[in-house]
Design a protein around this ligand. Structure first.
Ligand SMILES: Cc1cc2nc3c(=O)[nH]c(=O)nc-3n(C[C@H](O)[C@H](O)[C@H](O)COP(=O)(O)OP(=O)(O)OC[C@H]3O[C@@H](n4cnc5c(N)ncnc54)[C@H](O)[C@@H]3O)c2cc1C
Ligand code: FES
Ligand code: FES
Length: 1335
């Protein structure tokens, strides 16, 4: 490499403080720098790829030209620190803190209940804060837009949006649909439902501090001086392996480009950054002209507009909005098309980082802008030392044809986009797994020019993205259509031609081949209709309009700001003021969440001598390990050791779970060894150098079908049966049989699995800090792996950043893996899984194959059901057997079927072991039930709701496993749901809509639910607590439950407050650990608050009884006085509390028992609109009625219901795991696994807590952590309803099965029509597909 000057100092500001970095390394990103160098741990790591928003911070820069300060959000994980010279960074710590003053954004996000686990909260807060810095009174739409790049896995977004909306000007706030009321009008409303008085106010806005935008910190004057310095010079930062150069002006840039032609130009780093991180690209030199004035301009002329290459996509958006507002409509068609895609391209952070030049040059095959720019005849202005030239941004450029490319020494100066003209139409079309912040599955830019005054094609251009390795041009098709009339015959020929020209091979990367082929012509059809409509608008006499029924096909779904009402029981007016039970109390850690002061494991400061662990995982599904060669890894700098199975002093294969693979591997992703090094970067680099030689073994079982072929199971069959099923089948009018496939789900907790294992000096003690739901299990596995008694292992769990079942068993395995490393090296081990490793190693919800045979009468009464379940358990037992037991026990759901049999078995496959997941089998299993109910309805010409009503439990009954229950709350939820959602009227309206619209269909569905809480074994339901009262009157509560975001600790404080009759502020709850409360059961099964509440209550009651004599003597005394008096009387002020557990049992031999302490009931109604041409859907409205009995904390419970519903909705619609036929998981991050964002949630989202009784539980409450998950299936069945309408219109009346998830692919391909008929199909026996389903 040519020699360069020595390194410059990197100067920037963080939270108002100057940072001078003398050794700035271009390979270091801002997130790492903040967390590990500056120890500002409020900014979180969630994915490292720009896709989750957990790391959002605000960057501010001064523009010397305009003399303005520009604030924008960025994802710190993609910002190289070297790009920050002269910038001011604001992190969550700089916005506000509990120690100084919290900011109104932090306060309102917390008080509106916008945090649960709190891991996404700093990022959410920063997105809203940055918006407010630019728009102190934003519109609701701006709030939703600002949050589009931030994922939250807990809340369901509604309360987050609501907190943002409190900053909106009153006049812009919504009107509740039809009611004339504003959803921001949070004055206490009370409604009467039956005998109950209902409240709607979950927070009190009078408590909010006013927001005064003038009080924000000023931009550092030093940075203004630096920006205006006339003597600026080139900057060079030399790292260990790479050099970063910031040219001082354009000439300098050209000079550098000549000198280092291969060096990438780093602008937003949103293309280069991920390539370096995930594709191992290496560049010795980076040139970064970020901020170079010559690249930032807009130049508008009569013919078009030239936009500087440095403009971010957000600035491009603003510039185009301005031009559109200035120019006549006919000139702005290209700009409108670009604006439409700019709204949904990535999230606000990426749009503010990514630049026009970077986008055009990087030419991703999924590019949303390049196809439109090409269709709009844009050109690229290039500059080099040789001079300037222009190249067309056309098909050859996009297809990366070498002669159409820029030369390596050239830089893009700007992009010229001509105005459109009168007889010229330009459109952008796209479909993605989710509406916003998702790469297109297929997109297109199309344009047509007509001979003036005619519909004769003069010029036609069609560019498609995501149909091959580059954006492709359908140039031959376009050429052949020139001179043709714009009519149906032309369309039909165009479809045929374009399918010939753009061929997606059957085994193409990305899969979805038939769907993508269909989209090629479906999008073309949309364009055809748009143009026809446009022609008609220009001359309605000459050009007939499209049929009215087709009009709705033209528009994409709008993005609306969600709104809704939450209703819950009001607190008894006679309840003492101090008693917090029943009140919507804010999460105990909420303010800490929003200020970033809540400490998660990786936020703990470095421990002396600590090492980082990186994993080496198996690349084969089933193979013998021939050799593990660690020599190259051990030779690398910083590497301390490589740990393998040989290093496990105790058991390596414990209860069937294997810590380090030994001799053979049984899935892709199994941990073979780990590397311990002084930094994570070193550990990771070394992990890549470990060489493993495998020899494949047979069989390799990936799918359930393959497991059934090989008779490969993890445990014996579980069965329940009532009546005489075989006999009943003989006496029914009809019998149907079917299969339902339900794919798996990734937990996608925002905090990946994290463990800090610290070996102690004495007695082989090991201390672990871990984000878990089951600290006892971690303790057990660590003790087994190290061959030490459990009393030497202390496991601390302060909080987890989401868990959802994924942190029940897996932390034990990972804890053992890290403890073995800590034991071997004798040093603390920090083991933080990267998102990709987490998704690969820890697996998730079990995919299910459900088979059914149903016997029913023509009036819809179901007489007999024979159900079989098979789940894909993966390679080890984990919890699969228990999951299957739960599935079988809950299989009947809300319906009484007199002759009912359900059998199930978990399959053993060579996939990573699937595990617990919210709902524990219920969300998969019950879809089968709803599917056969829907099928019966279709056979009987009834609606599914009628068949549900007919077969639903109506009076006190016994379940199929012979447990007595009273379904009265189920009936109430069902009936209220139908009534309050105006189901019948809306169903009629949807039918009307469907008659009038050919390509968009609406559907509604209501699903009832009978869910179970707790475990069928009493000892699993036991719990303990430890309560200390200190001499100042303060109280410390400990219990065995883990805080995962579900508000468990908050509820426990409410319980202790009521029982001890003291304010909540007296009570503290610090963490969960194995040293204070031993042998605690898992925090799962919706029973955390139930059982720990009883234990805390018991402890408090014991203490209260001990205090009674003292209180009796001085009844008017204060709490503090009683405590000191008690101490002086030698009364113990500390006790344990205990709950033996609910009495439950299940006899599997007989198939009967009182398996569950009680049931939770609910119903939900959802309405969707489906775009039959693309498969996209929009969730218009959801109404949930959930039997909460008595809610201890309505804010927490509603939060759980909404969060679970949205997680369920994701499971049933957008979330799709992709596996190769060899068992390799492709979907390993937010780029290719799509959990819902703020745009997916219902436009109108109403939740009502229905009051009932539950005397066996604490304060007659119910556990609501999981129940909402299944209610998300109302979206799946509403989609089914809409798709059925589309199929009926085509004359397809036969029953069909919609499997889960109902992705755009599945929806589109089920809405069969002339386009799906037209595409080429391949014989499945002739190719190996890119991905397979494993259910
Ligand atoms: C999370 C995420 C989501 C995304 N979602 C979408 C999406 O939905 N739709 C979509 O279309 N795109 C999406 N993208 C891609 C994004 O649009 C591109 O990565 C971005 O536009 C690239 O711009 P950049 O400034 O960051 O480029 P950089 O990464 O800085 O550079 C990219 C390349 O361009 C070259 N380059 C940059 N500027 C110039 C110049 N002036 N002259 C010559 N060469 C130059 C560089 O040498 C480099 O090779 C997403 C990206 C991320 C990270
Ligand atoms: S960690 Fe940066 S976006 Fe996810
Ligand atoms: S609160 Fe948003 S991820 Fe947990």
């Amino acid at each position: 490499m040519p020699s360069l000057s020595n390194s410059d100092e990197l100067i920037f500001f963080v939270n108002g403080r100057k940072v001078i970095e003398k050794n700035a390394d271009p390979e270091v990103n801002l997130l790492f720098y903040l967390r590990k160098i500056l120890h500002l741990t409020g900014t979180k790591y969630g994915c490292g790829s720009g896709g989750c928003g957990a790391c959002t911070v605000m960057v501010s820069r001064y523009d010397p030209k305009t003399k303005k300060i520009h604030h924008y959000p960025v994802t710190a994980c993609l910002v190289p620190i070297c790009s920050l010279y002269g910038a001011a960074v604001t992190t969550v710590e700089g916005v506000g803190s509990i120690k100084t003053r919290i900011h109104p954004v932090q306060e309102r996000l917390a008080k509106c209940h916008g945090t649960q686990c709190g891991f996404c909260s700093p990022g959410m807060m920063m997105s809203i804060y940055t918006l407010l810095r630019n728009h102190p009174e934003p519109t609701p739409e701006q709030i939703t837009e600002a949050l589009g790049g931030n994922l939250c896995r807990c809340t369901g977004y509604r309360p987050i949006v609501e907190s943002g909306k409190t900053f909106c000007a009153a006049s812009t706030v919504c009107q509740m649909k039809g009611s004339g009321k504003c959803c921001m009008d949070k004055e206490e409303k009370s409604f009467t439902s039956g005998q109950e008085k209902m409240c709607t106010k979950l927070y009190n806005e009078d408590e909010f501090q006013p927001f005064d935008p003038t009080q924000e910190p000023i931009f550092p004057p030093e940075l203004i001086r630096m920006a205006e310095d006339p003597n600026k010079r080139r900057l060079t930062f030399r790292g260990k392996r790479t050099t970063w150069i910031t040219p001082v002006n354009l000439n300098d840039l050209l000079e550098l480009k000549t000198r280092f032609p291969e060096a990438p130009i780093i602008m937003g780093n949103t293309a280069v950054g991920p390539s370096i991180k995930f594709r191992d690209e290496f560049h010795p030199v980076f040139i970064s002209p970020l901020g170079l004035q010559e690249l930032y301009f807009v130049n508008s002329t009569d013919d078009g507009v030239t936009i500087g290459a440095g403009y971010s996509l957000a600035q491009l958006n603003d510039a185009l909005h301005f031009i559109v507002s200035e120019q006549p409509k006919e000139k702005t068609k290209t700009y409108h098309a670009l604006l439409k895609h700019l709204r949904t391209l990535a999230g606000a952070q990426i749009r503010n980082m990514a630049t026009l030049g970077g986008h055009v040059v990087s030419r991703p095959n999924y590019s949303d802008l390049n196809p439109i720019l090409a269709a709009g005849n844009a050109t690229i202005n290039l500059i080099s030392k040789e001079g300037k030239r222009q190249i067309p941004l056309d098909g050859r450029f996009l297809e990366k044809s070498p002669e159409a490319n820029l030369k390596s020494e050239e830089t893009v100066l700007s992009v010229y986009i001509p105005h459109s003209t009168q007889w010229h139409f330009v459109s952008g079309l796209r479909i993605a797994q989710r509406q916003e912040n998702a790469f297109a599955i297929v997109n297109a830019g199309m344009s047509v020019k007509f001979e003036d005054g005619t519909d004769t094609i003069k010029e036609l251009q069609m560019f498609y993205g995501s149909v091959g390795p580059t954006v492709v041009s359908a140039s031959k098709t376009c050429q052949q259509l020139i001179g043709r009339q714009w009519n149906d015959q032309m369309l039909s020929d165009a479809c045929r031609l374009v399918l010939d020209e753009i061929y997606i091979p059957p085994d193409a990367e990305g899969g979805m081949v038939e769907y993508r082929r269909t989209l090629i012509i479906s999008l073309l059809f949309k364009f055809y209709l748009k143009v026809r409509r446009g022609l008609n608008k220009m001359d309605s006499h000459k050009f007939p309009d499209i049929p009215e029924k087709f009009v709705s096909a033209l528009e994409d779904f709008p993005i609306e700001t969600p709104q809704g009402i939450q209703m819950f029981q009001c607190v008894d007016p006679y309840q003492p003021l101090q008693d917090p039970v029943g009140h919507p109390v804010m999460h105990q850690s909420a303010i800490k969440h929003t200020t970033g002061e809540a400490v998660f494991v990786d936020d703990m400061p470095p421990i002396s001598q600590e090492l980082f662990l990186a994993v080496v995982t198996s690349t084969r599904a089933h193979a013998k390990i021939i050799l593990i060669d660690t020599s190259a890894a051990l030779a690398l700098p910083g590497v301390v050791d490589v740990i393998t199975a040989e290093d496990v002093p105790g058991e390596n294969n414990y209860q069937g779970e294997i810590f380090y693979a030994q001799n053979e591997v049984i899935c892709v992703g199994q941990i073979v060894c780990t590397v311990a090094a002084d930094t994570y970067a070193h550990a990771k680099e070394a992990a890549k150098k470990v060489k493993i030689v495998y020899e494949d073994l047979e069989p390799r079982i990936i799918t359930i079908e393959q497991a059934l072929e090989h008779n490969s199971f993890l445990s014996a069959e579980k069965k329940i049966e009532q009546g005489d099923v075989e006999q009943a089948f003989k006496n029914v009018d009809q019998i149907i049989e079917g299969k339902v496939h339900v794919e798996g789900q990734e937990h996608f907790y925002m905090e990946t699995q994290t463990i800090l294992a610290i070996p102690q000096e004495e007695d082989k003690e090991m201390v672990l800090h871990v984000g878990t739901q089951f600290q006892t299990h971690v303790q057990e596995y660590v003790a087994a792996a190290l061959n030490i008694p459990r009393n030497r292992v202390a496991c601390h769990a302060k909080r987890a950043g989401g868990a959802f079942g994924g942190k029940v068993s897996k932390p034990a395995l990972l804890g053992a893996v890290s403890a073995v490393a800590a034991n071997k090296t004798g040093r603390p081990i920090r083991f933080i899984l990267e998102r990709g490793d987490d998704m690969l190693i820890t697996a998730g919800r079990h995919p299910l194959l459900g088979k059914y045979k149903i016997g029913f009468m023509n009036n819809g009464v179901i007489k007999a059901a024979d159900i079989e379940y098979y789940i894909n358990g993966g390679c080890t037992p984990d919890e699969s057997e228990l999951v299957m037991e739960f599935m079988v026990l809950r299989s009947e759901n809300a319906y009484y079927i007199p002759n009912f049999r359900c059998r199930g078995r978990p399959c053993k496959t060579n996939l990573p072991s699937n595990t617990a997941f919210r709902g524990f089998g219920f969300p998969q299993a019950i879809v089968v039930g709803e599917a056969y109910i829907t099928a019966v309805a279709s056979q009987c010409n009834l609606t599914p709701e009628q068949v549900k009503e007919i077969n639903m439990y109506k009076r006190t009954s016994r379940t199929a496993h012979k447990q007595t229950f009273n379904p009265e709350p189920l009936r109430r939820c069902w009936e209220e749901c139908l009534e309050k959602s105006s189901f019948s009227a809306r169903k009629l309206a949807a039918e009307e809509f469907n008659k009038k619209n050919r390509w968009k269909k609406r559907g509604l569905a209501v699903v009832p639910m009978k869910f179970t809480v707790g475990m069928p074994t009493t000892f699993y339901n036991q719990a303990a607590a430890l309560v200390h009262i200190y001499l100042d009157g303060s109280v410390l509560v400990s219990h065995g439950g883990c805080e995962l975001g579900q508000g468990l600790h908050t509820k426990m404080i409410q319980v202790a407050s009521r029982e001890l009759n003291i304010p909540e502020s007296y009570i503290h709850l610090s963490e969960t650990n194995t040293t204070t409360v031993p042998n605690a059961t898992f925090t799962a099964g919706s029973m955390g608050a139930d059982i720990h509440g009883k234990a805390v209550q018991n402890a408090c009651q014991i203490l209260k009884a001990r205090l009674q004599p003292v209180i009796g003597k001085n009844p008017k005394g204060k709490w503090e006085e009683w405590i000191s008096e008690a101490y002086e009387e030698s009364i113990s002020l500390s006790t344990t509390g205990y709950f033996k557990g609910y009495q439950t049992n299940m006899d599997w031999k007989k198939g009967e028992g009182d398996a569950f302490p009680y049931f939770v009931y609910g119903a939900s109604c959802s309405e969707v609109e489906v775009d039959c041409l693309t498969g996209a859907h929009k969730l218009l409205r959801t109404d949930i009625f959930m039997d909460a009995a008595f809610s201890i904390n309505p804010a927490v419970d509603i939060g759980q219901i909404e969060g679970a519903f949205v997680q369920g909705m994701g499971f049933y619609t957008t979330e799709e795991l992709k596996y190769s036929p060899e068992g390799v998981l492709y979907s390993r991050g937010p780029d290719d696994y799509k959990i819902p964002t703020v745009t997916e949630i219902p436009e109108e989202f109403n939740v009502t807590l229905v009051r009932s009784g539950n005397p066996i539980a604490i304060y007659s409450s119910k556990g609501l952590g999981e129940a909402g998950m299944f209610l998300g299936s109302s979206v799946l069945f509403a989609i089914y309803d809409a798709v059925a309408a589309a199929r009926r219109e085509r004359g397809l009346t036969k029953t069909f099965t919609l499997s889960s998830p109902a992705t755009p692919e599945l929806i589109r391909m089920t809405c069969v029509d002339q386009f799906t008929d037209m595409i080429p199909r391949d014989d499945p026996s002739t190719f190996t597909p890119w991905s397979i389903h494993v259910s």
